[in-house]
Design a protein around this ligand. Structure first.
Ligand code: PRP
Length: 217
């Protein structure tokens, strides 16, 4: 029978997603010993795990080649996509923040500010809601470099521990939206494979209701 495919976000969320699956009783040995493989079986279940970048998790689930996906709310807010967001998994907690070089008053003066971010769409929304005209520059990673190098006045990025900002002389000017890992489902899959997918979602929801969304991982 065709397996239920779940796309996991590689990197930080991957380890926590695997920890969750193991707590649910799934055998993740193949994923833990994956080498360079990107599609892994979960022995003893009808699940198959696909490892992808966050934005691609959304694309695969939206297009139905994966039934389920785990990705950060940051990517959902940035990339959008048509799928059901069925659970807040509680891990991967962080916040969007506006950060600036230490000692800088971001709002002082009248010049048009330049903001660097990986999250151009999110940044645009933030400053539209403030009625503030800003220039936004897209940066692909290590966005903290942009204000240090003098490219921008500040950054909009995700902050977890704050260590990256601290170690690069930046401070939070404002905390914005809270973020965590979400479980998403393809719309057609939820209808057509309801009998297989619903028990899986329920299993996760019961676990989170019992164990809480923090502290177990
Ligand atoms: C993210 C984010 C920050 C850092 C924040 O980057 O863009 O740089 O984590 O975490 P902290 O508050 O715990 O220091 P990531 O490690 O995903 O890499 P990237 O910058 O290359 O995207």
């Amino acid at each position: 029978m065709k397996p239920i495919r779940i796309a996991l976000t590689k990197g930080r969320l991957e380890a926590k997603s695997i920890a969750l699956f193991e707590r649910l009783g799934y055998d993740c040995s193949a994923i833990r010993n994956k080498g360079r493989k990107l599609i892994l079986p979960v022995p003893g279940s009808n699940l198959e795990v696909v490892l992808a970048k966050a934005a691609d998790v959304a694309t695969y689930v939206e297009n139905g080649v994966c039934d389920l996906g785990i990705l950060g709310k940051d990517t959902i807010l940035e990339a959008g996509g048509t799928f059901y967001e069925v659970a807040d998994l509680g891990f991967g907690r962080c916040r969007f923040a506006l950060a600036v070089p230490q000692g800088v008053d971001f709002y002082a003066g009248y010049h048009t500010r330049c903001i660097a971010s990986k999250y151009v769409h999110v940044t645009k929304g933030i400053f539209e809601r403030k009625n503030m005209d800003v220039k936004i520059v897209k940066i692909e990673g290590s966005v903290e470099l942009a204000p240090i190098l003098g490219l921008s006045d500040g950054i909009v990025d995700i902050v977890e521990t704050g260590a990256t900002l601290r170690e690069n002389g930046l401070v939070v000017a404002e905390y914005l939206t809270e973020i965590s890992a979400r479980l998403i489902v393809n719309i057609a899959s939820l209808k057509l494979r309801k009998a297989e997918i619903e028990p899986f979602i329920n299993q996760i929801e019961h676990f989170l209701a019992k164990e809480g969304t923090e502290g177990w991982n």
